[in-house]
Design a protein. Structure first.
Length: 321
């Protein structure tokens, strides 16, 4: 069994702070959450397989490098941290491969084991990341308490199964449980092979931009607003399932054209160069009124968010290796 590594933040922690364990702290959404948690409110134990960054966010009291798929390390993490709140963002996310990878089974089992140890250590409120892939995509516009759940991938099935089991377990243990279904997050730090980064990188390099037909409508939300959605679920002690979505349909070809304007790219997108799967939905949007009722609302307009993403990639491409 591997040994979990710890890195402690030098700041002094007050007794009034809520103690939060964040698993998946070095991921795309995890990093954005850490940037937005109030250090006067939260004492965060950040957990990732990766080592601690050179500079820890102010809210982080401790960084733990842990293999969450190792049952011994998972047990030790929960029993030693004794967090009252837990935000679970860790999962297998290799681009393209994650849809039907066997790692989805591993993460379902590991997440349930972590939850069991969280309860044994006195945990009170758990928030986990779900996905729009849990829904029946034939319905297009997805509402938490009305749209049928009918995942068509192992990833969506694993997430839906985890939610059902975790909700039932938490109800029996007296633990509040919230589930945030993420739609299409974007922004700085997003994986380079995903749709928006791939288009940006090609444009910045002056290359051809090859796309699908681009007539699909999707729900894009800047990662800062996604992070604030999870922050809201933590700070309101919410229970139940919530879409973390913009609720605004955006056609993919319009995103490509906006990125062309922002980057100054003067080519013509090759729409239709990449085939579209037969089961790909023409419309996939999330109703966000349930989360909005908790006080959350998106703060970053699409064009502003795309400009932010482009600037992030410019910085990355120009930075020394």
């Amino acid at each position: 069994m591997g040994r979990a590594l710890r890195h402690r933040h030098p700041r002094i922690v007050g007794a009034r702070l809520k103690r939060l364990l964040l698993t998946g702290a070095n991921g795309f959404i995890g990093r954005a959450v850490l940037e937005r948690l109030d250090p006067e409110r939260w004492q965060v134990i950040a957990c990732s397989r990766q080592p601690a960054p050179a500079a820890l966010p102010a809210c982080v009291a401790e960084w733990r490098s842990v293999d969450l798929l190792d049952p011994e390390q998972a047990c030790a993490l929960m029993s030693e941290t004794k967090a009252s709140h837990w935000l679970h963002l860790a999962w297998y996310t290799a681009h393209g491969a994650f849809w039907n990878a066997s790692q989805n089974l591993d993460w379902t089992v590991a997440s349930l084991l972590l939850l069991k140890h969280f309860a044994a250590a006195g945990g009170k409120h758990a928030v986990m990341a779900g996905t729009c892939a849990e829904y029946d995509w034939r319905h297009g516009f997805c509402r938490e308490d009305e749209t049928p759940l009918n995942p068509q991938s192992l990833y969506g099935t694993a997430k839906d199964s985890l939610r059902r089991l975790a909700a039932a377990w938490c109800a029996g243990q007296g633990i509040r449980f919230a589930w945030g279904r993420v739609f299409s997050p974007f922004g700085p730090g997003e994986g380079r092979q995903r749709f928006i980064p791939a288009v940006i990188r090609a444009m910045l390099a002056g290359d051809a931009v090859r796309c699908s037909h681009g007539r699909q409508y999707r729900d894009f939300l800047h990662v800062a607003d996604v992070a604030n959605g999870f922050k809201t679920l933590l700070e309101t002690d919410a229970s139940g399932s919530f879409n973390i979505a913009s609720a605004t349909p955006r056609q993919l070809r319009d995103i490509v054209r906006l990125l062309g304007d922002i980057t100054g790219w003067r080519g013509n997108p090759d729409f239709g160069a990449i085939p579209v799967a037969d089961d790909e939905p023409p419309l996939l949007i999330g109703d966000n009124r349930k989360l909005h009722a908790l006080g959350w609302e998106p703060s970053i307009e699409l064009v502003t968010g795309l400009e932010n993403a482009v600037n992030g990639w410019r910085d990355r491409e120009q930075a020394p290796s």
